[in-house]
Ligand binder design. Structure first.
Ligand code: SDX
Length: 389
């Protein structure tokens, strides 16, 4: 029988499998995709090139990148029945629920893409291409904007901005989002990627694995944090209120979103890069309000709790400067992380092992079955949750 003392809550520091996709050194704040440093990729690469790198394990030649980019642009359109279904949704629909449901529904129209195994690379490209279309169509209909057009001449980042904003993005906005998509594309066995691998490890299909991942990313302790950072900034309002609000929240033992990390014990290298882009885009747009609040927030949270910023602290401030609403911030995270999720699903298919940890049983082991006629409602406290009154 496994002892409770052997439990690693949250599987913290448990090494679950071998992978070649992503390396994180939490002590040094180092992040590599297939051996390449994230800082170099953020400086010199594009989201399409990083998706290729994650899926195939090497940087593409110019021809290979051209082929992948063209393929992704071909795959942007939705099947008409799914587009018609999205059109029936109320404007109050939560975009992460929309993504989760639409990916699940898409599998019904594309059964050939859902065979587990190496052929799932087709589904990986399909889902990476189509998430922006799902978001763009829904956001345009809820804001009364013009219908979305395929725009095959636009890169992934430019298309995502065009799809959501209903306007031509500037070069600076396009590059800023391209860098954000690179930074969010993978992160080893984070909760949503682990959820995708658990699903794939049963030989379930890629669309089911990505559906699991989207549902997991939605949580505020994971991908949902970037939206809550902006809610905190709205509550704080001005730099001189940062200290007071942070101390109030910490006194209530509340988490400050955008800070802390299970793996990084120093600054998340992605936060370093996003901080620079938040200042750069803010300065270009003449609006450093959020950036200045975030800098002060960093100073106070680090002084009071010794915590560092993670990827979610600055990402929302960049998206807000584009005019993207907060409830699309985590969907933007998903539009990038789908490349990493699908890379891990493919790696799981290549070296499949059912993921099935065990639990330390802490319940009773010697109870005798009592016929229902002899049971009474006050048979002592229930070890679990209180039964209905
Ligand atoms: C992402 O895994 C990944 O790689 C995820 C991600 C990715 O790319 O996929 O990097 C993306 O999810 C980033 C994290 C986004 N989430 C948030 O910003 C939410 C706020 N952060 C925390 O909830 C927390 O830091 C976690 C969940 C991210 C990590 O928490 P851990 O490792 O479980 O740490 P813990 O809860 O055991 O906390 C240790 C201590 C505690 O203090 P004590 O109660 O022991 O005194 O640190 C404190 C915590 O209270 N703490 C915080 C805090 N984070 C940790 N206190 C206040 N605010 C915080 N944000």
């Amino acid at each position: 029988m496994v002892e409770a003392s052997e439990v690693q809550r949250g599987l913290q520091d448990v090494v679950a499998l071998e992978s070649r996709i992503c390396f994180i050194d939490g002590r040094l704040g180092r992040l590599l995709y297939q051996g390449y440093d994230i800082r170099e990729l953020a400086e010199r690469s594009t989201f399409e090139e990083v998706a290729y790198l994650l899926w195939y394990g090497r940087l593409p030649t110019s021809a290979q990148l051209g082929d992948l980019s063209a393929r992704l642009r071909e795959l942007r359109a939705l099947p008409a029945p799914l587009s018609d279904w999205i059109a029936t949704l109320p404007p109050t629909t939560a975009p992460m629920d929309l993504l989760r449901t639409a990916v699940s529904a898409l599998a019904l129209f594309e059964p050939e893409e859902t065979r587990p195994g190496p052929s799932s690379i087709g589904g990986a490209q399909r889902l990476t291409a189509v998430l922006p279309t799902i978001l763009g169509q829904f956001h345009r209909q809820r804001t009364g904007a013009k219908p979305l057009r395929p725009r095959p001449e636009l890169s992934a980042a430019a298309y995502l901005l065009y799809a959501v904003l209903d306007r031509e993005p500037t070069e600076l906005e396009t590059r800023a989002l391209d860098v954000a998509l690179i930074l969010h594309a993978d992160h080893e066995l984070n909760a949503s990627t682990f959820a995708a691998r658990v699903t794939a490890s049963t030989l379930s299909d890629l669309y089911s694995a990505v559906t699991s991942a989207i549902g997991t990313l939605k949580g505020p302790l994971h991908g949902g944090a970037n939206e809550r950072v902006m809610e905190l900034l709205a509550e704080i309002g001005t730099v001189d209120r940062v200290e007071e609000v942070v101390k109030e929240r910490l006194a209530r033992h509340e988490r400050i979103m955008g800070f802390g990390h299970r793996v990084y014990k120093v600054e998340d290298p992605r936060a370093t890069i996003l901080r620079r882009w938040s200042e750069k885009v803010g300065a270009a747009k003449g609006n450093l309000h959020d950036y200045e609040l975030l800098r002060k927030l960093e100073e106070v949270v680090h002084r009071e709790k010794g915590l560092y910023p993670n990827v979610d602290l600055y990402s929302g401030s960049v998206y807000a400067l584009f005019g993207i609403p907060p409830d699309l911030f985590t969907p933007l995270f998903a539009s990038s992380r789908v490349a990493g999720w699908t890379a891990h699903v493919l790696e799981e298919y290549d070296d499949l092992r059912l993921i099935r940890p065990t639990a330390a049983y802490v319940g009773p082991t010697d109870l005798t079955y009592v016929p229902i006629a002899e049971r009474s409602a006050d048979a002592g406290p229930s070890p679990g949750r209180a039964p209905p009154a």
